[in-house]
Design a protein around this ligand. Structure first.
Ligand SMILES: Cc1cn([C@H]2C[C@H](O)[C@@H](COP(=O)(O)OP(=O)(O)O[C@H]3O[C@H](C)C(=O)[C@H](O)[C@H]3O)O2)c(=O)[nH]c1=O
Length: 185
């Protein structure tokens, strides 16, 4: 066993805690293992990732809530420096948890990962001085299919651990309210 998987309030979103092997040199852990992921996270179905992404953000930055309405991306996300509050929002209209969100603190310290399946919007807010964010995606980036949900949509009601107004990209300042957004079937 090289990881423990725990459920969240949204059935398909999982938190993964890898087994970390420490010794006097430092530590080692498998950050992804296709066979274990299939067996422990995805009900035995293998998941193939096609892209790895890496971003760095300063404290107070919020990136999200992003999704691709076509070529929906599953995302396996983790932090290798600093700490973020990571959020997934269920955008599957047919889901019993449609419009609901789950969040988790991911950090270089706790080494936790979140599995955000296709069908969700995803975003994070940086709670450390800066954070380096790595993630694998199950489909390629497609700018033409990118959509953005407002990080502060009261209908979703995410409890971001941020004091002031976050630092946002132009795109993220223009996020749509869920009621006006394109969502999945
Ligand atoms: C996502 C992406 C972006 N880019 C280019 C496009 C821009 O020139 C630049 C920054 O893109 P953007 O401002 O959309 O980056 P983020 O705000 O970090 O977007 C990501 O933020 C949240 C957390 C997500 O979950 C998504 O994976 C993704 O939307 O990278 C690429 O070349 N490839 C890509 O896959």
């Amino acid at each position: 066993m090289i990881m423990q998987v725990t459920a969240t309030a949204i059935a398909d979103v999982k938190i993964i805690k890898p087994d970390v092997f420490g010794d006097e040199r430092g530590f080692f852990f498998e950050s992804f293992n296709r066979r274990q992921f299939a067996a422990l996270v995805n009900g035995g179905q293998a998941v193939d990732f096609v892209q790895d992404n890496h971003s760095r953000s300063a404290e107070g930055v919020l990136r999200g809530l992003h999704y691709q309405i076509r070529q929906a991306q599953g995302k396996l996300v983790r932090v290798i420096a600093g700490e973020v509050f990571d959020v997934a929002v269920d955008l599957r209209r047919s889901s019993p948890t449609f419009g609901q969100w789950v969040g988790a603190i991911l950090s270089a310290e706790n080494k936790l990962q979140m599995w955000v399946p296709p069908g969700f919007a995803h975003g994070f807010a940086v709670t450390s001085e800066s954070a380096e964010f790595l993630y694998k995606t199950t489909d390629y980036w497609a700018k033409e299919h990118e959509r953005c949900i407002a990080w502060n949509d009261p209908a979703i009601g995410i409890q971001w651990p941020l004091g002031l107004e976050p630092v946002l990209s132009e795109k993220d300042r223009g996020g749509r309210l869920l009621k006006d957004a394109e969502v999945y079937a």
